[in-house]
Write a protein that binds this ligand. Structure first.
Ligand code: KG4
Ligand code: ZN
Length: 337
């Protein structure tokens, strides 16, 4: 599978404004404007996110084009995230992408954000996974075990029944008083802690579905209990608590991933989404490569968290399959997988 189109893409589904330009599988630029404004609120404030997108989108596009050294007339199409995501945030990217593409006379390609996390594996440096492969997609809003038979043919084998894995990291971090987003904070603290310090029971959920909300309640009660006897417990043991919490979340993800490998017989395994930046998860996959003989695909960090390069790669795949957007295409916060 080889793709060669030149695509500019816009991603604005949540709190980062990103614009990328790719040619074929090569990323020419991938600019991400992070929104610091949410830091003070312990989570993303949708209205502030859409305002920041509106401010950032034009300068981000200008930097992306300049860094790529590409003129608008060289582009084959303009791809953008149609959903899922926050309505106001999506609106800014969708309206801007359609207007800008119309202005330069190029077609648009609406892209599914979760397909894009997976298809980021087709970007260089690669090599891309061989088909069929399994992908554990773990982000702030979604947790899915997906069987990819072809880039345009994917089936969800399992999903979370409540919180997403990234959301679980963020909520546990909040319980510990860590800043938002908590995933990277727990990752950092866990590196210096012992994952076996505290153990939590794993929820039993049928099939390949998962659940994280019971773990959150367990950890809340555990922290409250410990803090009653020692008010400095979290501060004194933050590394061990982080390592144990991370171990519990990864335990749920990895046991389901192992079940999926066993059930499908597919040993070509990829991870995607913001949580795939987690060092513990990356190392756990390497262990399974070495010990179980899996072929593992671990994306570079900049392709894990939200970025427009993955939207561009998906745009190229859609474009070369003949898919074209319409001027009437609208953002869809609950876009069907
Ligand atoms: O894919 P993403 O950037 O945005 C969504 O589409 O949701 O994922 C964001 C999520 C957040 O919950 C964040 O805490 C988590 O990914 N995350 C991490 C790490 N980096 C980002 N979780 C654990 N360890 C990390 N290193
Ligand atoms: Zn995402």
């Amino acid at each position: 599978m080889h793709y060669s189109s030149c695509i500019l893409a816009i991603e604005s589904s949540c709190d980062d404004t990103s614009v990328a330009v790719i040619r074929g599988h090569r990323v020419l630029s991938n600019i991400v404007a992070n929104q610091a404004v949410h830091m003070n609120f312990g989570g993303v404030v949708p209205e502030l996110a859409s305002r920041a997108h509106a401010q950032n989108i034009v300068p981000t596009l200008e930097v992306a084009l300049e860094k790529a050294g590409v003129m608008p007339e060289e582009l084959d199409a303009v791809a953008y995230t149609q959903g899922p995501g926050l309505m106001g945030s999506l609106h800014v990217g969708v309206a801007f992408a359609k207007a800008w593409a119309f202005g330069i006379g190029k077609p648009t390609i609406p892209v599914h954000h979760m397909h894009a996390h997976i298809l980021a594996h087709f970007l260089e440096p690669g090599p891309p996974p061989k088909l069929p492969f399994l992908c554990l997609t773990v982000s702030g809003g979604h947790t899915q075990l997906v069987q990819v038979n072809a880039p345009l043919q994917m089936t969800v084998l399992g999903t979370t029944r409540d919180d997403a894995a990234g959301e679980a990291f963020d909520k546990m971090a909040k319980l510990m008083g860590l800043p938002y987003p908590g995933g990277p904070e727990i990752d950092k603290l866990a590196a210096e802690g012992d994952p076996d310090s505290f153990s939590f029971t794993r929820p039993s959920v049928e099939g390949l579905d998962m659940s994280f909300s019971g773990l959150k309640t367990q950890i809340l009660h555990f922290l409250q209990r410990e803090m009653r006897t020692n008010p400095s417990f979290i501060e004194e043991r933050k590394n061990d608590i982080s390592a144990s919490v991370q171990n519990a979340i990864l335990g749920i993800l990895l046991s389901k991933l192992e079940d999926a490998v066993r059930l499908t017989g597919i040993q070509e395994v990829a991870i995607a989404g913001g949580v795939s930046a987690n060092r513990g998860l990356r190392e756990a996959l390497e262990v399974r490569r070495d010990e179980l003989g899996w072929t593992v695909h671990i994306p570079p960090i900049e392709h894990c968290t939200d970025n427009a390069a993955m939207i561009a790669m998906t745009g190229a795949i859609y474009f070369e399959s003949g898919i074209r957007g319409k001027i009437t295409d609208a953002p869809n916060p609950r876009l069907h997988f």
